[in-house]
Design a protein. Structure first.
Length: 294
């Protein structure tokens, strides 16, 4: 009789462990929010996706270089659409009805990250897709189309070579400011169904090849979030109702594998206690809000 009912992805424990007093950022696709949110609940000094959702490596690199420069955005960098002011470099969570409000949010993020950069110890970077949208107006890769008409953009599939070159240059710039920086690369397990499943598989393959090359050169270490989802949890019950995003249970399982890899046993225990306390407090606050509403 079989004593194993699933394939476990083998992961070597990391030589360097993340502690609660070290500064960490999670940057990239929406899966960065899943890891970052759980680390924040666990009491880590972490910034969960502080630049908003960034799917493609070119946009991630563009924003990280901007953080390194500390260069603020100006009103000419924004445009108005559907009653809101947007930037192609930022997620819609930074958009606002007034240009000044949007600029304040964007520049506050850039300035605070720039100031924090010298103390940054861990960058957990999640690539979501190798597909990039290029604005016909500027010729630049955009991080978010903000529901503009499709004919305003050209579609480009970034090659593995382009991704490796861009990330290598960006990592070198970051490490020149932060020599102690350690970079953890992951590929998002979120499926980009709108592109077509075959196209999405090719996109993920380019990201995986790029990550492998970067890690082989010692630029980063790799955490197999994508492989855990597709090989260890290969069942639709581990997907959210949209059949695209990992379910809460799946995201929790992947985070636990991350913790086993990058935290010491005592840190895992401390983080678990902190998360219980955070959720207890969150539940209490929600209950008090409901009582005051009635």
């Amino acid at each position: 009789m079989m004593d194993k009912y699933f394939t476990q992805v083998a992961i070597e424990p990391a030589s360097c462990k993340i502690s609660h007093d070290e500064t960490a950022w999670t940057v990239g696709s929406c899966f960065s929010d899943e890891i970052g949110r759980r680390m924040a609940e666990g009491g880590f000094n972490v910034r969960p996706n502080p630049l908003g959702t960034l799917f493609n490596p070119a946009s991630i690199c563009r924003q990280l270089r901007r953080v390194t420069e500390g260069k603020p955005y100006v009103s000419e960098d924004l445009y108005r659409h559907d009653g809101l002011w947007h930037s192609h470099d930022f997620h819609s969570s930074f958009s606002a009805p007034e240009a000044s409000v949007a600029l304040d949010a964007m520049n506050s993020a850039i300035a605070s990250l720039h100031a924090e950069l010298p103390s940054l110890r861990y960058l957990i970077l999640t690539m979501g897709s190798a597909r990039a949208f290029i604005s016909k107006d500027t010729g630049c890769v955009v991080a978010n189309c903000h529901k503009l008409p499709p004919d305003r953009f050209e579609i480009k599939d970034l090659s593995t070579e382009e991704i490796v070159t861009d990330l290598t240059e960006t990592f070198n710039i970051l490490k020149s400011r932060t020599p102690q920086l350690r970079i953890i690369l992951t590929v998002s397990p979120v499926r980009h169904k709108a592109y077509g499943l075959h196209t999405d598989k090719l996109s993920k393959a380019r990201l995986l090849l790029a990550a492998d090359e970067l890690c082989s050169c010692g630029e980063a270490t790799y955490f197999p979030a994508y492989e855990i989802m597709t090989d260890e949890l290969r069942d639709y019950r581990f997907y959210a109702p949209d059949m695209v995003h990992p379910s809460e249970m799946a995201a929790e399982h992947i985070y636990n594998r991350f913790a086993e890899t990058y935290f010491t046993p005592s840190t895992i225990n401390d983080a678990a206690c902190a998360r219980k306390q955070a959720r207890r407090q969150q539940h209490r606050s929600l209950s008090e809000t409901r009582k005051s509403a009635t």
